[in-house]
Design a protein around this ligand. Structure first.
Ligand code: ADP
Ligand code: MG
Length: 401
């Protein structure tokens, strides 16, 4: 009876359509949307009592939707005669970029689909590296820095928009985040090679070329003016997150939405795995063993970044200096601190993990609390003890053991 399966599929589609329409109509009134977007546990929390405070019309709609769902499910159970729908397989890809390993996890119909999309995403990351690297003398960023100071230099709209985001974070953080920190970072890299701290004169000389207000952005002309000689911009604290977001965007454009792009500690997260509400992301324990997690969060459609001195540091005269520089001192941070940020995208979270590390617990959490859609957890370590400080929104996130 060839007609029966197609009739069943027809009934199934009608039932799903009706159920979907009804459920869309009964969407809850908008709550703190950032919470709903990035965390399933908050999602569940907000939807736990969907009837509370609903007017009678909404009540009827909710009840109607439930009935349609139940009918739909019964029809599905009764009519299914064909083979069960195949679950989407998962694919993993990795490729070295920006001095780290980019990893893509995705669910797709076929291996060829998955491979083509992942390759396109990695090509995008490589192109961004060519634009933003401070290691490549011919990157757009370094060519900008090579121009004489005081002269407006036209740049690509994309580089301009990244620099604009940097300036916003600098303004928000009172300069704790500073994309002009390049001369200090160079001193740090040099110190790491020599095992000797930079001298006070070297720091003073570098300081003359550092300061976010020494970079002027002209949106109209899409031009950047560096106001002091020898300025060196450094996108190391935002570039990987931005590239991860862009790579995720490429996957989405190829029709692959259930995906995650990880650039080391910066992760852009798309729709959840099939049949699952969220991706599980472990947050490393500061000072812990490899793979030891402090906690695990459930996320989708979000970014998460962690920054700290676990991997990159120098120890000189018994003092440990992080690769994150405090623009106020010109030296790497000496407090053992690790900041994890959850937010709407990885560009935001990458810039903020560095910022919160510089600001420290009190000012860092206050900044996180002031930003819509941002949750943070900071870990510090003193005398072999790790302390964990969650932000207001982070406390509401259901953690997985
Ligand atoms: P990771 O590179 O380990 O992911 P971050 O996201 O915190 O860690 O970025 C650290 C990089 O950011 C440094 O290697 C340096 O290039 C740059 N950087 C260091 N200090 C600052 C700062 N105060 N503001 C902006 N960028 C910084
Ligand atoms: Mg960062």
């Amino acid at each position: 009876m060839p007609l029966l399966p197609s009739f069943c599929r027809f009934v199934e589609r009608v039932a799903i359509n009706m159920a979907l329409r009804w459920s869309l109509k009964t969407e809850l009134p908008e709550g703190p949307s950032e919470a709903i977007r990035f965390n399933r546990s908050l999602c569940i929390r907000f939807r736990a009592a969907p009837w509370a405070g609903l007017p009678a019309r909404r009540w009827r709609a909710t009840a109607g939707a439930l009935i349609v769902w139940i009918i739909g499910l019964l029809l599905l159970a009764g009519c299914r005669t064909g083979p069960p729908v195949q679950p989407l397989p998962r694919f993993e890809f990795s490729s070295p970029h920006m001095g780290t390993l980019f990893t893509i996890s995705l669910y797709a119909q076929s291996k060829s689909n998955a491979t083509a999309a992942a390759q396109a995403a990695f090509r995008r990351v490589a192109a961004l590296d060519d634009m933003m690297s401070d290691y490549k003398a011919d990157s757009e960023l370094m060519r900008l820095c090579d121009q004489p100071c005081g002269k407006p230099v036209p740049v690509s709209p994309e580089l301009f928009s990244v620099l604009e985001r940097c300036q916003k974070v600098s303004a928000l953080s009172g300069g704790a985040f500073d994309v002009t920190v390049g001369p200090f970072v160079r001193l740090w890299r040099f110190a790491r090679k020599r095992g000797v701290l930079p001298t006070a004169q070297e720091i003073a000389k570098a300081r003359a070329a550092v300061g976010w207000q020494k970079m002027r952005l002209d949106r109209h002309g899409c031009a950047v003016t560096l106001l002091a000689p020898n300025m060196r911009l450094d996108l190391g604290s935002i570039g990987k997150g931005y590239a991860a977001d862009q790579a995720l965007g490429i996957l989405k454009a190829s029709g692959i939405e259930r995906a995650l792009v990880a650039a080391s500690g910066d992760i852009a997260i798309g729709k959840p795995p099939p049949g699952d509400g969220a991706w599980k992301i472990g947050i490393a324990q500061l000072g812990g063993r490899t793979n030891e997690v402090n906690c695990t969060v459930l996320l989708h459609d979000a970014g998460i970044s962690t920054s700290g001195d676990s991997e990159q540091f120098i120890e000189i005269n018994g003092v440990r200096y992080s690769h994150i520089v405090d623009p106020a001192t010109g030296l790497g941070l000496t407090e053992r601190i690790q900041a994890t940020i959850i937010g709407p995208d990885a560009t935001t979270t990458d810039s903020l993990d560095t910022t919160l590390s510089v600001l420290g617990v009190r000012r860092g959490l206050a900044l996180a609390d002031s930003l819509p859609g941002v949750a943070a957890v900071i870990q510090t370590r003193h005398n072999g003890q790790t302390q964990t400080f969650p932000s207001r929104r982070f406390k509401k996130i259901r953690l997985v053991k």
